[in-house]
Design a protein. Structure first.
Length: 201
């Protein structure tokens, strides 16, 4: 049976069980608590949800910090990190849409963008065994998504709409840049294959 690029990356990653990846998974553990407290629709629930949101953000900092400090940079971690971020953002935004008035059309735009990015990343990993990391605009967009979640949790008027519309501008920009980067990777692969075929001929 032919092994995929993802399978080989996971298999060959000597740091997949390292401490930084534990912090990455811990961020996912925070998600059920965030959802639970948001659904309470109480002020105390909002505060507890915010505490777990901040805890999740802190674990995000810790995984990067210890990956650099311990020199335990992991390809598995580089794949898990954006995946868990996107799952967490989508889940929290869906709850906020149901309970706090975050527009559903906006939530589906965010989920659609992230779905395209995940599919593109999976294609690149499978075909080139290359993990495509987010650029600066992509990272800023994800950070502002988290800010939207926080201001809707705290129900801060005006700032909710302001941040939402800023991210509406960044969604197509970040998506275009990511697709462009993925497209160039595929083209590079095709050119390499053609050069190898011409050389062998």
């Amino acid at each position: 049976m032919k092994k995929t690029g993802i399978y080989q990356i996971v298999r060959d990653d000597e740091h997949k069980f390292a401490l930084p990846n534990f912090f990455t998974l811990l961020r996912l553990v925070c998600l059920p608590f965030i959802i639970h407290f948001l659904r309470l629709d109480t002020r105390s629930g909002d505060i507890y949800a915010l505490v777990f949101i901040m805890l999740a953000g802190f674990t995000d900092y810790l995984d990067g910090h210890y990956a650099r400090k311990l020199q335990k940079t992991s390809n598995v971690g580089r794949m898990m990190d954006p995946l868990i971020d996107k799952i967490s953002i989508a889940a929290a935004m869906l709850v906020l849409a149901a309970h706090r008035g975050l527009p559903y059309w906006y939530v589906f735009l965010v989920i659609g963008r992230d779905f395209v990015l995940l599919i593109g990343s999976a294609v690149v990993v499978s075909k080139k065994r290359l993990i495509v990391e987010s650029n600066k605009i992509g990272k800023w967009t994800s950070t502002l998504f988290a800010a939207v979640i926080i201001v809707y949790t705290l129900n801060i008027p005006y700032l909710k709409q302001a941040l939402m519309y800023v991210t509406l501008f960044l969604i197509p920009v970040s998506l275009f840049q990511y697709i462009k980067k993925h497209k160039n990777s595929i083209k590079f692969k095709n050119r390499t294959e053609n050069l190898e075929n011409n050389h062998s001929a």
